[in-house]
Structures are given as C-alpha cells and as structure tokens.
Ligand binder design. Structure first.
Ligand SMILES: Nc1ncnc2c1ncn2[C@@H]1O[C@H](COP(=O)(O)OP(=O)(O)OP(=O)(O)O)[C@@H](O)[C@H]1O
Ligand SMILES: [Mg+2]
Ligand SMILES: [Zn+2]
Length: 184
C-alpha cells in the first residue's frame, strides 16, 4: 500500500524531452536501470521470461503513473481506489496518467478487445462516423446527406444539363449518359 509519507506534496520537475525518464529502477531484479521512453510512440519491451519486463512496465512505470493519478483525488476518494505499491525507483519524470492492460484477459468473449475493455471504443464509435468520408463504389462520388434544398438544386442542374445535351444532340453530339449506373 502507498505509504502516508509518500503522499506529501512535492514539485514534479517537467521533462526536458518529450519522454518518460526513468532513473535508477530497482523493482524486483532490475539493476538500477535508466530508461527514456518517447511519449506518443509505441514502445515494445522484450526479453526472456523473468528478465524484468513486467517489473519495469507494470510494477514501475504504470505503478508510478497510477499512484500519482490517485494522489490527485481527495483523501476521502482515495480510500475507494485501488492503490499500488510505491515502486523501487529513484525518479520518474514526464509520466502521464496511465492505464494498463495485462496479458490475461478477464473477459472470455471473442468480441472483447483493448478498445472495449478500456471503453475507448465508445468514443471511437462517435468519432468515426463524424470524420469518415464515404464514397460510392460505382462512381466514386462522395456520399453526402441531402436536404430539400440540395436535391432541388441538383434537379435544376440536371434539367439544365439535359437541355444543353438535347441541343448538342440535335447538332450531332453524343447521347447523354449518366455517370452513375448504380443510382438508376
Ligand atoms: N511480486 C514480486 N515479488 C518478488 N519478486 C517478483 C515479483 N514479481 C516478479 N518477481 C521476480 O522479478 C523477476 C522479474 O520478473 P518479471 O515478472 O518482471 O519478468 P518478465 O520479464 O515480465 O517475465 P515474463 O516474460 O515471464 O512475464 C523474476 O525473477 C521474478 O521472480
Ligand atoms: Mg511479465
Ligand atoms: Zn454512385
């Protein structure tokens, strides 16, 4: 459990570069290692079993991010939150609030993903339809919502065009061909 002494107010120095700076990590078998992890990038920690990957990723970096996040709540709120042990590390700078997904999936369904477990999916479901542009597979024209106004304008444009086509045909031009067969 997080110690009472560890909760006292302190100033966290901002990071120099855009990265998480871990200094002197000694959790479990880690040998006082220093690591810089770039923020906003995907970092992979690999190595043999028992080499200390989880000790670094979960028990050090995530534990510290979680601990600092919990510290932002009032002492009353803190009693309801899960708290992790303070990691054995000299200093960590530039650490944002963290979430961690471990290798064992507690939800046994094929439809459960990182997105559903973290509930990020709920936001993505709102985001995708708003930023997406759909195109007709037959004529490549963009699919857009129509209003009475926009439909009326298209009808007028169409008759303008057919009138022009008719007069061209009378002068021996090609027959009018719609761009989109699928729409008929
Ligand atoms: N809670 C713990 N208390 C004491 N020692 C631990 C604890 N968790 C891990 N260790 C020890 O720390 C060392 C590193 O373990 P760690 O789980 O970090 O390795 P790992 O690289 O994640 O391995 P794996 O690939 O099997 O997940 C091991 O010797 C392990 O026995
Ligand atoms: Mg592990
Ligand atoms: Zn079309």
């Amino acid at each position: 459990m997080g110690s009472k002494i560890g909760n006292k107010e302190r100033v966290i120095a901002p990071t120099q570069n855009d990265c998480i700076e871990v200094r002197g990590a000694r959790q479990n078998n880690l040998k006082g290692i220093d690591v810089d992890l770039p923020l906003g990038k995907l970092t992979v920690v690999t190595g043999p079993s028992g080499s200390g990957k989880s000790s670094l990723a979960f028990q050090t970096i995530y534990a510290e991010g979680q601990r600092r996040y919990v510290e932002t709540f009032s002492p009353y709120m803190r009693q309801f939150l899960d708290r992790m042990d303070k990691p054995r590390v000299d200093d960590i700078r530039g650490i944002p609030p963290a979430i961690a997904i471990e290798q064992s999936n507690p939800v046994k369904t094929s439809r459960s993903t990182v997105g559903t477990m973290t509930e990020i999916n709920d936001y993505l479901k709102i985001l995708w339809p708003r930023i997406a542009h759909a195109f007709c597979p037959s004529c490549d024209r963009e699919i857009r919502p129509e209003t009475a106004q926009s439909i009326a304008e298209q009808v007028f444009r169409h008759f303008e065009r057919s009138r022009a086509e008719r007069s061209r045909r009378r002068r021996g031009g090609q027959a009018f061909k719609s761009r989109c067969k699928a729409q008929r």
